[in-house]
Design a protein around this ligand. Structure first.
Ligand SMILES: [Zn+2]
Length: 150
């Protein structure tokens, strides 16, 4: 069985909008943190191997680093204009971003990572067959039994 080719733009868009990278199906979360094991539309198993979602944590980390870099550069620009600009408000903003951004981007980082991984490593025939079998058995769209580690 062969998969239709999906371009990187569509893959990344699906990932960034919390959709299944394979079929574009939605409703992949039961709550903000609890992702389903398999897509309810196509049966794709998202965790393709143990430790699969470490890549999602890396994406989340990178987003926070970029945001903190922007805050730091904002402070540098403020200091260039006003040498007496206070540091404390910038530190508070940075702290709030460092805590809130990983929580806010968490579900997006997981689906984005799934999309990137499928783009780099297309599904095997076993995965495609397993998805079809799970879909036929109705074992899809069920939240993971173990909550993710944030
Ligand atoms: Zn799907």
């Amino acid at each position: 069985m062969t998969e239709p080719t999906v371009g990187w733009g569509r893959l990344l868009w699906r990932g960034a909008t919390k959709r299944c990278p394979r079929c574009g199906g939605g409703h992949l979360y039961r709550g903000w943190f609890r992702m389903v094991d398999r897509c309810g539309s196509c049966g794709l198993r998202f965790e393709r191997e143990p430790g699969f979602f470490v890549g999602a944590y890396l994406i989340n980390f990178a987003i926070v680093i970029v945001l903190l870099f922007v805050v730091c550069m904002g402070y540098v620009a403020m200091k260039a204009v006003d040498a007496s600009a206070p540091l404390m408000p910038i530190m508070v903003v940075g702290l709030v971003l460092a805590v809130a951004a990983p929580v806010l981007f968490y579900p997006f980082s997981r689906t984005l990572w799934s999309a990137i991984d499928i783009g780099m490593t297309p599904l095997t025939a076993d995965e495609v067959d397993g998805a079809a079998a799970a879909l036929a058995r109705g074992e899809v769209g069920v939240a993971a039994t173990t909550p993710p580690v944030a």
